[in-house]
Design a protein around this ligand. Sequence first.
Ligand code: LMR
Length: 405
Amino acid sequence: MLFDRFDLQPDDPLLALIGEVRADPRRHRLDLSVGVYRDEKGQTPVMRAVKAAEAQLVAGHASKAYLGPAGDADFCARIANLVLGACTSRHTAGMQSVGGTGALRLAARLLAVNPRPHGAGPATIWLATPTWGNHVPVFEGAGLRIRTFAHTDAKGGALDFSAWLEIVERAEPGDAILLQGCGHNPTGIDFTSAQWATLATRIADKGLFPLVDLAYQGFGLGLEEDATGVRALVERVPETLIAVSCNKTFGLYRDRVGALLMTGTQAAPLAKAMANAKGLARGEYSMPPDHGAAVVRTILESAELTALWTRELDAMRARLVQTRAAIAAHPLAADLGLSELADQKGMFCLLGAGLRVVQRLKDESAIYVAPDGRVNLAGLPLSRVDDFVAKLSSAYRAPQPEMAQ
Ligand code: LMR
């Protein structure tokens, strides 16, 4: 029996929590696991700009005929504009992808299939850890060799920028390096503008290839501000790949909306890379689904809907900033290693907690955080900040199992 020869596989440890939370009957349960924005009532409503765009699409959508493996070209052009600004000096190209993860996968496949000098091993990507739990499976599955390095200080609260510079020194020319554009997942620790500029110059000098994961533009400092690092990089290095996700920024999670952008100093090589990416997409899934990208395009084509969407995004960011500030100002914050939260950005922060604390939070307080101790701050109502900090403190204080009576 073919099926029976499979080994049973565990569920993805993060996504498994979606079902676990749903099945938890405790009314006060708090889901801070998967990266989804929730309002003060714990809901993830469809954004008003999205509803309006969907209404327009239903009324006016003329055809659902195929668009081809690159998907909606106007959507890609709008996303390129959002990320790179109106006047990049680089040539750019883009294709629609199945969420940001799909863009990462396509980018990784492109890196993996790119012809390498005779005798060179598999293409290598450098990953700063801790990082999003799915980076390794996505890159490994695409055929990349992964090398990791630690990018935070021992306490995990601050960036170890020297580690980045050291790795750029150590890496071989031609190696890829993953950079998160803003709202680092899981740490919330972003580069400053000066660090982006330094790193970009070093990466260019060394001949490394940057792949940017940009999933939270607008959740950090603002739509424009959150793109400055990526833009600085693009202007300094000859070629980049940028995996963009619209899932969070447009609240289109289950519609899986994303784009793979490419930038280069010359048009002809870019066209070759695009042709290869389209071929890879055709072999993987043929063509991307249309609906979510059409919604985003409809919003970005309309000044009115763009203004509405930006206001909604700004409100989400403002609540996140408030949540961060409230936690950082809590009297127990320093003890719990949470004082830096107000300086960090985006949806996530990483507890220095081990699995035991994560488990206690779940068992005793019905608080779900990701298995690596990542907290989705965008899921925490302001009214429950004190409760969360108190429960976290008691989970830390609980005796070790072997010491328990
Ligand atoms: C997350 O990091 O929680 C989200 O990006 C969901 C996912 O795909 O892991």
